[in-house]
Write a protein that binds this ligand. Sequence first.
Ligand code: SF4
Ligand code: SF4
Length: 399
Amino acid sequence: MNVQPDVEFIKYLKGVGGDTVKKCYQCATCSVVCPLSSDQKPFPRKEMIWSQWGMKDNLLADPDVFLCHQCGDCTENCPRGAKPAEVMGAIRAYAYNFYAWPRGLATLASSAKNLPLLIGIPAVIIFVLWFISGGLMADWKANFAAGYGYQRMFGHWDFHWYAKNIFFIVLFSVPAAALAIYSAYRGIRNLWQAMAAKYELNGDYRPSAGQFIGQFLWPSIKEILSHNRFEECTVNTDRKKGHKPLVFAFIGLFIVTCWSLFANDILGLFWPQFHGPMSFWNPVKLLANISAIAFLYGMYVLWVSRAEQEKKAGAESTFYDWFLIWMILAVGVTGLLAEISRWAGLAVVGHIIYYLHLISVMMLFLYMPYTKFAHIVYRTFAMSFEKYRESAFAKNPAQ
Ligand code: SF4
Ligand code: SF4
């Protein structure tokens, strides 16, 4: 076998938490203790040797890399301190960057030294939009007192078909979300093709969209929502406590965002009252607040858990580990503070916090596919691939 090591890839792994990879001497303890790997398809021992040899292509087409839940059982039991859990995390970080589109944005979002630019891009875009909207002329205090909340931050015109505030928020949030969705789609498509080529799956019998969703995708989503796999981990048991509220908070906030778009952009065209801020007891507002609290709780538990893991297992803290957590916290904290400021009638402070909130929301939308968040989509499709691979669709009838 002719191995062509990719030295740059090995360097990258070392830079994002996989610096211990060379210590591995292939005892396979990690594969034995891993609660998620099966006897037929064990991991992460093989990923360790592929990483040592710089076999990038093998790793990038390996579904097991995405099936790992980073529980840390393997790192805890590794007799050489090779930290396989961190190496697996580093491979995933590389994969998200490799499959991402556009690559330049992904590279930008992969390093702490780019943080001023990462914050600056949305800050400038939103500021320019606010400026040209005539926001400088808006009477924030009077609007606040009149019960408009932040609805007239971007200035206001008396045209009830489409509130100016919504128009300008849509101008930056929809393209950012569209870019994120397209990037995730391209990443998944390329990953799937790479996995199918690696395992030489039969491509003659493709399932319909309905069959794919019903037989492979939906069972994977159900499994993820149940968090059953987290229960198998013995070392880092707190991760389920943090991950579960976080996932459901995401779903809650997704519903709130969809409803807000529908209410403001569609219903608001006919009934202008849908443009106004919601009352505290509005069910959608309640869902938003409960989700925000679940969000902050989940983040706190994961934060503490990650910090403990770093202390106990000597795991290196990387920008990749923390960037998503910082962005989510920024969204949650600024959102809650903006709401508290509204109740307290603090118009100027509230608008500044709201501006920071919009920046953090745009950052989350824009950079999401290049952060740890990407694991949601990649893991879902890696799990679907595992089911698909065992199905009659993927088998070659000639074999
Ligand atoms: S990572 Fe550690 S436990 Fe796994 S094979 Fe290498 S030395 Fe053994
Ligand atoms: S971190 Fe957990 S799930 Fe991932 S390879 Fe190690 S033991 Fe398995």
